[in-house]
Design a protein around this ligand. Structure first.
Ligand SMILES: [Zn+2]
Length: 359
């Protein structure tokens, strides 16, 4: 006899009862009734260590058997065997292994699955997205007074604009457009907008010219290098790809951690935190070097201007408030000049000791 609490499934009333296992099932015996259930009309929920065992019967009734000897007798009588999962979860090594596997799976989804999915999402977005994003970005730059009309002489602007065909690929994804603009906050800088607009600041043109007050061949080559880098961002469609990745990251973290505010905050939030990845910067650098080679210019012009930019930018951004540096970050300012100079050193070394193909 096993003591149990019986509920008939129709009222909330508890009936103290005794259970008597039989060869065909179970007899429930209470002071006012006796019921007999065949084995296949009894379902046993998974028993936990210190919790009562729950029996559910086909007629809607249920029975609670407190933990203890009676419960063990009942489990034995009903032929209960712990399932494999129940046995595993009671073992520390198996639980730890499962935890490690779960973490591995999440990491794989995060670092591999997500970029892969983002590439597919970006590829499926039409070019009109790039155009609209570019227009919106340009409007917001002007609105925030980050750029204004160039103060360079008209002939200097024309000289800079004349460099654009050198970086425009024959079969480009988008026609490029070059704007020379004055910008106090951006300093000497260049940015690529997703619609193919490349903005070069007056400061960058002056930086390339140096003290000479004229665009000599060296200054032209340096500007071509920077334009090439920015054209690389346009051609590889980096803005849209970064956006797709950040949006998916926000969506995945919301799914995992239940905080949908990042997604609800929408694209503006994503845009303001955007930065090109290191691979993207490297791709843009490769593109710039190809452009220089096509023009029979040495890649050292690229490292020259990057060195100048880095010096100038360290001084300029130190004065900017933090929010503004973040805002500028999404428009592809030049975050990794150290890496670029390293890259350029490697390229220069190849050129010097190389097979003579490069000039
Ligand atoms: Zn870049």
């Amino acid at each position: 006899m096993i003591d149990a609490n019986f509920f008939d499934g129709r009222s909330a009333r508890l009936h103290p009862a005794r259970l008597l296992p039989s060869s065909t099932g179970l007899v429930v015996s209470a002071p006012s009734f006796e019921r007999s259930y065949p084995r296949d009309a009894i379902a046993l929920s998974e028993p936990f260590a210190a919790a009562p065992a729950m029996l559910r019967f086909a007629d809607g009734a249920s029975c609670e058997v407190p933990a203890g000897e009676g419960r063990e007798q009942l489990l034995a009588a009903l032929g209960y065997r712990k399932s494999a999962v129940v046995r595993w979860q009671a073992r520390w090594p198996a639980a730890l292994l499962a935890l490690v596997l779960l973490a591995g799976l999440l990491a794989l989804a995060w670092f591999r699955g997500l970029p892969w999915a983002a590439e597919h999402v970006a590829a499926s977005l039409p070019a009109s997205v790039d155009t609209r994003l570019g227009q919106a970005a340009l409007a917001s730059l002007a609105q925030q007074k980050l750029i204004g009309p160039s103060r360079l002489p008209a002939e200097r602007i024309a000289e800079v604009e004349a460099l654009l065909p050198a970086v425009q690929p024959a079969q480009g994804r988008l026609p490029l457009r070059l704007l020379v603009r004055e910008s106090g906050p951006l300093g000497a800088n260049a940015l690529a907008l997703p619609d193919g607009t490349i903005i070069v600041t007056d400061g960058l043109v002056r930086l390339a010219m140096g003290k000479k007050e004229a665009l000599d061949d060296g200054a032209r080559a340096e500007l071509v290098a920077v334009l090439g880098h920015e054209a690389g961002h346009v051609e590889h469609r980096h803005t849209v790809r970064v956006m797709a990745r950040s949006s998916l990251t926000a969506a995945l973290s919301a799914t995992l951690f239940g905080d949908f505010s990042a997604v609800a905050a929408g694209l503006p939030a994503v845009l303001s935190q955007m930065a090109y990845s290191r691979e993207m910067e490297t791709d843009a650098n490769k593109y710039a070097i190809e452009v220089l080679h096509r023009q029979h210019l040495s890649a050292s012009h690229f490292s020259d201007i990057l060195g100048k930019l880095e010096q100038q930018q360290d001084a300029a951004t130190a004065k900017l408030p933090r929010w503004m540096r973040n805002t500028l970050g999404y428009l592809s300012t030049h975050p990794d000049t150290d890496d670029r100079i390293l890259l350029m050193d490697a390229v220069s070394a190849i050129e010097k000791g190389g097979d003579g193909n490069y000039r």
